[in-house]
Design a protein around this ligand. Structure first.
Ligand code: NAD
Length: 277
């Protein structure tokens, strides 16, 4: 029989937590947040919104031009930020931006591991090992490295929150996108694995699953579909009838980054306009 005497329903922290809840807001004032893939799409929109809500940002992208453009947009919000070039699939690059974050701002409250790439639509049996590895390198290894080095800092701090960008393909397959689907299932796996490991160390780990978002990544899809053997009637099947704007995903990221999400960990959060229904 389970020993219920050891289960704490009313912990010593409960009254404090209830009091804190009433003063919670969507403010990100003073929070230090790293964002990978900050040069475009969901990363850029999240950077702009979170800067407006008071966060101090470490913007990371391998594209210097677009990364620095985001830095300018953040500064227009009177935001405090630095840009660091990094390829998230290279461990030395990841170590470098994490180090820069700590050197510049003294801590990391939130690590938003968001950079990712799409593969070309192709039959599984024709997928080259090179194509497969490229997707896994950025979308899965990149998230692993971003998590690992942020967690290293967060364990020393005794607090922190890792937010990963997965996808609805973390929950179900997308036709002719086996490598992408596998990489995003992997992101959900890493999220859950870390969530249970660090839950008692003051660190939370969550993932977001966008469906279709109007970004550079999806702009390439119609052409890629034309070049493939696969032509679905509707891709993807967004029941809401439109792509999301990156700003709509940024709202979710900003909420997660705020103290308002304090009871969430290990969550794989869908924001897909009904795509997976
Ligand atoms: P995007 O192409 O607009 O932005 C991605 C950014 O990541 C770019 O600035 C790019 O330069 C950067 N990047 C790519 N590889 C990198 C690397 N190795 N190192 C550092 N930076 C790198 O795409 P987006 O739609 O904003 O995608 C962001 C995330 O959302 C990705 O993980 C993607 O898989 C995921 N996602 C997007 C959609 C969608 O419909 N757009 C849906 C589900 C999930």
């Amino acid at each position: 029989k389970a020993d219920l005497a050891n289960v704490t329903f009313e912990s010593a922290e409960a009254p404090k937590a209830r009091k804190a809840m009433n003063s919670k807001s969507d403010s990100l004032a003073g929070k230090v947040i790293t964002i990978t893939g900050a040069g475009s799409g969901i990363g850029r929109a999240s950077a702009v919104l979170m800067a407006a809500r008071g966060a101090k940002l470490v913007l990371v992208d391998y594209n210097v031009t677009t990364g620095e453009e985001t830095l300018e947009l953040v500064k227009e919000q009177d935001g405090e930020a630095i840009f660091v070039q990094a390829d998230v699939s290279k461990e030395e690059d990841v170590e470098n931006y994490i180090q820069k974050a700590v050197e510049t701002f003294g801590k990391i409250d939130v690590a938003f591991n968001n950079a990712g790439i799409i593969q070309k639509f192709q039959p599984f049996h024709e997928t080259s090992l090179n194509d497969f590895s490229r997707i896994i390198d950025v979308n899965l290894k990149g998230i692993f490295l971003g998590m690992k080095h942020a967690l290293n800092v967060m364990v020393q701090q005794g607090y922190g929150h890792v937010i990963n960008t997965a996808s609805t393909t973390a929950l179900r397959a997308e036709h002719s996108l086996a490598a992408y689907t596998a990489s995003k299932h992997g992101v959900a796996g890493l999220t859950k694995a870390a969530a249970i490991e660090y839950v008692r160390k003051g660190i939370r780990v969550n993932a977001i699953c966008p469906g279709g978002v109007a970004t550079t990544l999806t702009a390439a899809v119609p052409q890629m579909l034309q070049e493939s053997d696969y032509m679905p009637e509707e891709f993807p099947n967004m029941r809401i009838g439109r792509f999301a704007e990156p700003e709509e995903l940024a709202e979710l990221v900003a909420f997660l980054a705020s103290d308002g999400s304090s009871y969430m960990t290990g969550s794989i959060i869908v924001a897909d306009g009904g795509l997976t229904l």
